[in-house]
Design a binder for this molecule. Structure first.
Ligand code: BES
Ligand code: MN
Ligand code: MN
Length: 452
């Protein structure tokens, strides 16, 4: 299995980098070949404006429920590349961990679901439930192929349940099911203060510097206490319920260990009146991802930059919508800009936050599966991260099971991303059991859950 998963992981399917479009396609083709090998009679590559979606249908088993499995085959860029102990696309096992870009996010988890599916096939390669697979190649870069597809053909999401395994356990030994995902609004703010760059000696002291201007604007958009200065932003936030807050307080959480080992900082920042879990799960954020402009090459160049661009994003929680926040950001950016600056705000991508009601029977079956393999049911948590397509996956009313086999320290999007192999082996069993239990549910035996 390691050799097989490594074949998938060596493909540098970085969706954000145009040079890797061919690699994204190769990753899609790897999945298609695998799905055909598993006996799926329908395996399609669906094209759009970007990287293609892989769609597959298992052999039909009439009278059994249908499960839609979602995942993504694209991965994040690898920079800073020097910090990788072994190269990102050369999967390597160290201390029971598989190190590679995409090991946890999301190729390793997609592979886990495929193996779980394989494990429940009968001799004719017939599964116990109907399964549809949808794998996209633009999750990490806010693409729109899967959006266009599911907007045009919402019937594809018609299912009795949807599984999204693109998340992590709450902690080792603590599988999780997610009751909310944050949304996101990703934008570029460009500021121009001069027609062209100027000599910083000749004009220094009078000419408005575009980088200085944008840095001050960004500082105005979020103050030192962590408060975001978009008027009305916090008013719209739906606070978590008392019950949720109480449940979060009961979760094991060691702030010092979290700070030192996961965050790796000397201090935690942000709104002091809210706990770490509230700040990462139930409040909006404003982050600066990069600033471009001026001279950033080796050596020194004395220049006053005429233009600067900042890439920023806000994470959105229930109560906040992508469209509304995008308008608020645009307005706020203009408001904090000095008169001499031309400001342009471009929204690159986004997605609304989601909340999931976890009372459906399918969640109990997942709990049972986790309990029988890991010894603990899934704890309800929220995610700080986003998966923009999830609102559409749940649109036809099917319960969306947001879960996963990763661990919180998998270093998603960072150098040395990894997946613990025992998480993978457990995960194959967990999802295999889940698939089998789902089959029983619709036959009318589900309520008794005799095995437990
Ligand atoms: N798998 C993550 C999202 C995630 C991470 C959920 C951890 C729960 C826990 C996903 O691949 C991701 O990184 N999404 C991006 C989406 C963005 C590019 C639109 C994100 O959250 O930054
Ligand atoms: Mn992911
Ligand atoms: Mn990701």
């Amino acid at each position: 299995m390691l050799r097989e998963l490594s074949e998938f992981l060596v493909i540098p399917s970085i969706s954000a980098l145009p040079d890797h479009a061919g690699d994204c396609r190769r990753a899609a083709q790897w999945l298609m070949q695998h799905l055909r090998h598993l006996g799926c009679p329908v395996v399609n590559l669906i094209e759009g404006e970007g990287h293609p979606v892989v769609w597959a249908e298992s052999p039909r088993v009439p009278g059994r429920p249908t499960l839609l499995i979602y995942g993504h085959y694209d991965v994040q860029p690898t920079d800073p590349i020097d910090e990788w102990i072994t190269p990102p696309f050369q999967p390597t096992v160290r201390d029971g961990q598989l190190h590679a870009r995409g090991a946890a996010d999301d190729k390793g988890q997609v592979y886990c679901l495929l193996k779980a599916y394989e494990s429940v096939l009968d001799r004719e390669r017939r599964p116990p439930i109907n399964v549809n697979f949808i794998f996209e190649g633009e999750e990490e870069s806010g693409g729109k192929v899967i959006f266009d597809l599911l907007t045009k053909e919402p019937d594809r999401t018609r299912a009795d349940a949807v599984v999204v395994a693109d998340m992590a356990y709450y902690a080792p030994g603590w599988p999780a099911v997610y009751t909310a995902l944050r949304g996101i609004c990703y934008a570029e703010i460009t500021v121009r203060t001069l027609r062209h760059d100027l000599h910083s000696g000749t004009y220094g002291g009078v000419a408005p510097n575009a980088i200085e201007t944008i840095v001050r604007m960004l500082a105005d958009l979020k103050d030192r206490s962590g408060h975001i200065n978009l008027p009305k932003l916090y008013k719209a936030v739906e606070p978590p319920t008392k019950k949720e807050l109480k449940a979060w307080k009961a979760l094991p959480f060691d702030t010092d260990r979290y700070r030192e080992e996961e965050v790796t900082s000397k201090a935690l920042t942000g709104l002091k009146d809210h706990s770490v879990l509230e700040r990462t799960w139930a409040l909006p954020t404003f982050e600066i991802h990069g600033i471009r402009g001026g001279f950033i090459g080796d050596g020194a160049k004395t220049v006053i930059p005429a233009q600067a661009t900042a890439k920023v994003s806000l994470r959105l929680v229930p109560g906040l919508s992508m469209d509304k926040v995008a308008r608020q950001l645009e307005k706020a950016a203009r408001k904090v800009a000095p008169k001499y600056a031309d400001v342009e705000v471009t929204i690159l991508h986004g997605g609304d936050p989601v909340q999931v009601d976890i009372t459906h029977e399918a969640f109990r079956l997942l709990d049972n599966a986790f309990e029988s393999v890991v010894g603990r049911r899934a704890v309800p948590v929220r995610a700080g991260g986003s998966i923009p397509i999830v609102p559409l996956l749940g649109k036809t009313g099917a319960p969306v099971l947001l879960t996963g086999i990763g661990l919180p320290d998998d270093r998603l999007h960072s150098p040395n991303e990894k997946l613990d192999l025992h998480q993978l082996w457990d995960g194959i069993q967990v999802f295999g059991k889940f698939f089998e239990r789902l089959a029983q549910m619709e036959q009318g035996a589900g309520e008794e859950t005799t095995e437990d």
